[in-house]
Ligand binder design. Structure first.
Ligand SMILES: [Cu+2]
Length: 143
């Protein structure tokens, strides 16, 4: 546990020297969007969000121009079957993080309005309750 905390602190120090993605105490790490297969109009966006504040934050939505609909999804096990379900918001506890990944919580992008190319950077906005929106660039890749 201590080891993990120390590693995180080191990483944050390193990160704050090198990243402009940090806005006050919320960090967005490695945002990416999966390149859809074939002509699929559905994709997912993933990233790690770190809340270094001494209070929880609530993410209301992730917006982007490349999809008509953007939803926050969670995965649940239902008799051994993984199912996605939409959630209203994403709460990140104080001094904690949430990892959005293909295996877990994620951002579902529905009705894509444009074709995505590998290595393209897609602007996204993260809307957080009582906090200015955070602008990020998500990298398009296969996985
Ligand atoms: Cu989903």
């Amino acid at each position: 546990m201590i080891k993990k905390i120390l590693a995180t602190i080191l990483f944050i120090c390193f990160f704050s020297l090198n990243s402009n993605a940090e806005i006050d105490k919320i960090e967005i790490k490695d945002p990416w969007i999966r390149k859809p297969l074939g002509s699929s109009k559905i994709s997912g966006a993933y990233m790690e969000i770190v809340n270094n504040n001494n209070f929880p934050i609530e993410i209301i939505s992730f917006t982007t121009d490349i999809a008509e609909i953007s939803e926050i999804h969670d995965m649940t096990h239902d008799n051994g079957i993984m199912r996605m379900r939409r959630v209203d918001s994403l709460i990140i506890e104080k001094n904690n993080n949430v990892i959005l990944s293909p295996q877990g919580k994620h951002i579902m992008l529905i009705n894509l309005t444009t074709k995505l190319s590998n290595k393209e950077k897609i602007p996204m906005k993260i809307l957080i309750k009582n906090h200015p929106p955070i602008k990020i660039q998500a990298l398009v890749k296969t996985n």
